[in-house]
Design a protein around this ligand. Structure first.
Ligand code: PGA
Length: 248
């Protein structure tokens, strides 16, 4: 089993002052070392700030998206090379908010994952079903289709990705999947990874969707939950640190 990973997803929140205060508190909490791998995925304009504050600490940093393109006439896009310039270790790809509000298809998500990998950035590939899909009994089919697109595109490099199972109905709603519900889907994803690579047991499958200081321990105890992708609770240092300690 791999070391657990707790990754914060700040989404479109923060400013220079609040970032500095949040990171100071998180780093103070990690002063005696981190019990698991820890990262924050921040708005790209703050990568410079975050990299300067977190350099040389146990805290890694990442982006929330990456362009599938290398460079050129793609106004508003940020390339993997640019992210590398700021020491980025991770990039979230295929977050449900990007699939929903920015029209990202499985194919686009797969291409982004491939570009990230080609530049030595670990893509955190998000998959997850909507409430409608869950109610229709389509959860397994949806997450498998989303992951299959990435596996198909990146081939044997799939062992280098991180997967995040984020049921859309649990994101930002306070409605967490139960540990049993999450574990059931994680087991499906693990089996799919096993079919694609011999390294599946060492890969990390994170849970995301209203993971917080109170429910993290029970979720992280599940055999196929190897960490968390944390939205709201990552904006509060004390909560984020509690989740990190629960992953020890
Ligand atoms: P949440 O967000 O923890 O606020 O539900 C998780 C995510 O969207 O990555």
């Amino acid at each position: 089993m791999a070391r657990k990973l707790i990754a914060g997803n700040w989404k479109m929140n923060g400013n220079r002052a609040t970032n500095a205060a949040l990171l100071a508190d998180v780093l103070q909490g990690l002063a005696s070392g981190a019990p698991c791998d820890v990262a924050v995925c921040v708005p790209s304009v703050y990568l410079d700030q975050v990299s300067q504050i977190a350099a040389g600490t146990p805290l890694a940093w990442g982006a929330q998206d990456v362009s599938a393109k290398e460079s050129g006439a793609f106004t508003g896009e940020i390339s993997a090379t640019m992210l590398k310039d700021f020491g980025v270790r991770f990039a979230i790809v295929g977050h449900s908010e990007r699939r929903q509000y920015h029209g990202e298809t499985d194919g686009v998500v797969a291409a982004k994952a491939q570009t990230a990998l080609a530049h030595g950035i670990t893509p955190i590939v998000c998959v997850g079903e909507t409430l409608e899909q869950r109610d229709a009994g389509a959860t397994e089919e949806v997450v498998k289709r989303q992951l299959a697109a990435v596996i198909h595109t990146v081939g044997h490099c799939v062992s280098e990705i991180v997967v995040a199972y984020e049921p859309v109905w649990a994101i930002g709603t306070g409605q967490t999947a139960t540990p049993e519900q999450a574990q059931a889907v994680h087991a499906v994803l693990r089996a799919q990874l096993h079919a694609a690579t011999e390294h599946a047991s060492g890969m990390r499958i994170l849970y995301g969707g209203s993971m917080n200081a109170s429910n993290a321990a029970d979720l992280l105890k599940q055999p196929d939950i190897d960490g968390g992708l944390i939205g709201g609770a990552a904006l509060k240092a004390a909560d984020f640190l509690t989740i990190i300690r629960a992953a020890a």
